[in-house]
Design a binder for this molecule. Structure first.
Ligand SMILES: Cc1cc2nc3c(=O)[nH]c(=O)nc-3n(C[C@H](O)[C@H](O)[C@H](O)COP(=O)(O)OP(=O)(O)OC[C@H]3O[C@@H](n4cnc5c(N)ncnc54)[C@H](O)[C@@H]3O)c2cc1C
Length: 308
């Protein structure tokens, strides 16, 4: 009995999250990866390169929830573990799969202690829970940002899996946000902005700095609710969980719900006018002052240093 990882992918590209899940579950057994959905064929060769993968299964479908789930459910019978990243698709799909198989899913795992012992954060990251899962099979979602990516250079075999043709649902259209910045959940550098930016126009300062640093853009819920930043930039308890090497938090107080999303950040730099702000106290380094003076200066200095 081995591990089946459901690959995350979009627009014919494998998400970096999948490489992290492969590394996370390496100790649990031989790993197969299932690429299911539209453009699955294009993604399979990337998945086959991940170290530790023995086989990539490809099921090309029109990617509706019921067709994808039907394939996963059929394949799941042959595996002890079925795992996907705890991103928006995995959070939706894995509990539905578990219900179909009459199993309890274990979600949002940040550490694997043994074949059936898993650690997950609860209470917005304020406590860690260790779960012993005594079920015969395990349906898991894993927080990708908590793990390193598997190496590449492998050449796993690729097999096609038959896809069901009948579906009660039909995909009509997909509306997506275009972005040329790195993926927030797996970016190495994130520049985050808060309500202090004051407007969507001013928020472009954050975007300019992020572009210079090849960083992803994050925002607080206050900034999102005010309409300064789109919803998918929100970081925190009800947003994305990030674990970059560097998080630059600009005009962000550090409310508990925001901190719940940045606990994995290795270094935090806060830019804030209030030296007593919780995020300033938590940060590895802080610049105290007006962000509207500091950020343009920072961008100028990066320009002078030849960072484009
Ligand atoms: C159920 C629930 C879920 C939530 N989920 C989330 C979540 O997922 N993510 C999230 O972020 N929040 C979340 N929140 C909201 C959270 O409680 C805070 O309200 C929010 O994070 C505050 O955002 P902020 O730091 O932008 O604003 P504020 O707390 O108002 O902080 C603004 C900061 O900017 C500084 N500042 C002001 N002007 C300047 C300037 N000119 N230069 C430099 N610094 C300046 C201030 O000193 C202050 O520290 C949630 C709340 C609830 C109740």
């Amino acid at each position: 009995m081995s591990v089946l990882i459901i690959a995350d992918h979009d627009l014919g590209k494998l998400s970096p999250a999948t490489a992290r899940i492969v590394h996370a579950v390496a100790e649990l057994g031989p790993i197969d990866v299932l690429v299911v959905g539209e453009n699955a064929q294009n993604v399979a060769s990337d998945a086959a390169q991940l170290a530790g993968v023995q086989k990539v299964l490809v099921a090309e479908t029109a990617s509706t929830t019921d067709t994808d789930l039907a394939i996963i459910e059929t394949l799941a019978q042959s595996y002890r573990y079925v795992v996907q990243s705890a991103g928006s698709v995995g959070r939706d799909r894995m509990p539905a799969l578990a219900a179909r198989l009459d199993l309890m899913p274990v979600t949002d795992i940040i550490e694997i202690l043994g074949p059936n012992r898993f650690v997950r954060p609860i209470y917005a990251g304020n406590a860690l829970q260790t779960i012993t899962d005594n079920q015969p099979r395990h349906i898991l979602t894993v927080r990708a940002s908590a793990f390193r990516a598997a190496a590449t250079g492998n050449a796993a075999t690729i097999e096609t899996v038959e896809s069901p043709t009948a579906s009660v649902a039909r995909l009509i259209a997909t509306h997506r946000t275009e972005s040329d910045t790195p993926d927030l959940s797996t970016a190495q550098i994130v520049v985050g902005g808060g309500i202090a930016l004051g407007s969507a126009e001013n928020f472009q300062l954050i975007e300019r700095l992020a572009k210079k640093l090849n960083a992803a853009i994050g925002a607080t819920r206050a900034a999102v609710d005010a309409g300064y930043a789109p919803n998918d930039w929100q970081v925190g308890q009800t947003g994305k969980i990030i674990a970059p090497d560097l998080y630059i938090a600009i005009g962000i107080s550090g409310a508990l719900q925001h901190l719940a999303g940045i606990q994995g950040a290795k270094k935090i730099v806060a830019i804030n006018s209030d030296p007593e702000a919780p995020l300033v106290k938590l940060a590895d380094a802080a610049l105290i002052g007006d962000l509207f003076e500091i950020i343009p200066q920072l961008i100028d200095e990066l320009d002078k240093a030849g960072v484009r």
